[in-house]
Design a protein around this ligand. Sequence first.
Ligand SMILES: Cc1cc2nc3c(=O)[nH]c(=O)nc-3n(C[C@H](O)[C@H](O)[C@H](O)COP(=O)(O)OP(=O)(O)OC[C@H]3O[C@@H](n4cnc5c(N)ncnc54)[C@H](O)[C@@H]3O)c2cc1C
Length: 482
Amino acid sequence: MHSITYLTLDKDVRQLRQSDVEAFAAQIQGGVLNRGDDDYDKARKIWNATVDRYPALIARCLNDGDVQSAVRFAAAHRMLTSVRGGGHHIAGNAVAEGGLMIDLSGMRTISIDTAKRTARVGAGALLADLDRESQARGLATPLGINSTTGVAGLTLGGGFGWLTRHHGMTIDNLLSATVVTADGAVRIASATSEPDLFWALRGGGGNFGVVTAFEFQLHPVGPEVYAGLVVYPFAQAHQVLRAWRDFTANAPDNLSVWTVLRKAPPLPFLPASAHGTEVVIFPLLYNGDPEEGQRTAAPVLQFGDPIATHLGPVPYAGFQTAFDPLLTPGGRNYWKSNNFSKLSNAALDVIIAAAARLPGPECEIFVAQLGGAMARVKPAATAFVGRDAHYIMNVHGRWSDANDDERVRVWARQVFQEAAPHATGSGYVNFLTDDEAERVAASYGENYPRLQALKQRIDPGNLFRMNLNIAPAFTPRLEASP
Ligand SMILES: Cc1cc2nc3c(=O)[nH]c(=O)nc-3n(C[C@H](O)[C@H](O)[C@H](O)COP(=O)(O)OP(=O)(O)OC[C@H]3O[C@@H](n4cnc5c(N)ncnc54)[C@H](O)[C@@H]3O)c2cc1C
């Protein structure tokens, strides 16, 4: 190994001595990679292909001790530091160009306590890992809808999916977390141990340290649930989306009906004539007895005249992977998202008009129906403040040719701007892009000052700044030179 050039927290260029790097590598059980090593390219790549960064070093951590060594090394050298869980965040903060990437993807161990209905989950686990282990016991906790997402990033930003209306957000089911903070200490955060840190971790993203393990509450789920899709032609968009909005306003907590507007993929249950045309899709899941689910969700089939339906009893863990084929890694992606407390006709009109000018066959607008148990938690109870986000819209620009980068981004930004007057003004940090730092404070709303004060106490030097960053409350002012 030669000496290594790296970037500091202030983006100054520095050199690491070969002996320092070798001593560091000897402390990391999972090994340390640098450019040229086998596996380096694989390890630096993440879900969003527009992010193509080269860390100076990648620490492949396998346990708390590895993470502690990596954090201490980063702090000692003031290295720009990133933390990688599942590598799915759209902003690409998992990879520090020229810095140290703390890679947790080797920490995927999961253990379930069936009697207590709890799961202890390593910080590199993917949603599929946790769903598989918990569903083997007929249990689950609310997670997202794409099974290759990392549990860590999803949880730290909030986390919502098909079970959120029934059992709350992922953070509402978090019982404790093991965290390595910027000072290198290993801390346990829970309702009774470091409760301030525990509060901040539930929505505050990667700002407060490196979480090495999470403990979750599980609930009986399935293993079969009533779920699937109802697809309508785009010509009926106004009628069916208004009917959906009115129906979801009074739906029971255990039914979630989302909507996706996009060009129809060539799914076998869709007539060939619909492939490639704009459609309105209602994916839904009823968490309960499948027969009761069929009765409860029946109105979704009467919003208009569906092109096709694909509904029935399915394994919950299987439905959790249903959208994976549309969300594979390696595509170019850009998102803009708005939170809505209610969807006015005018807001729906904006969404429909935007779907009429989709810039590509993989682009889509989805709106998650939330509320229910999630909305009954007080905004100040966790760092995640947006409990009034009864609907979260994500404008998902997705394409493969770099020449289309600007065209798709412009479309997504326009939709966001047009929808903004109808939205709450808050945001979901798990959906913010790297050019949306100015939305972070609004996304935390009234919780932001408390988060800033905690950041000042726990990470005053802002070691963990590669995230949707919460600036420490006190930033020392530089004296003007004489
Ligand atoms: C295809 C797709 C579908 C999605 N669907 C949903 C959904 O249904 N519901 C939902 O709520 N979200 C969803 N998301 C958003 C998702 O929650 C975020 O992208 C989340 O950050 C992903 O976590 P990760 O660990 O995979 O990402 P990473 O990119 O690895 O991590 C994101 C950030 O979290 C921090 N971080 C990660 N791990 C740790 C750790 N152990 N300790 C400290 N900080 C850490 C770091 O700052 C990192 O930059 C989806 C994302 C994608 C790409």
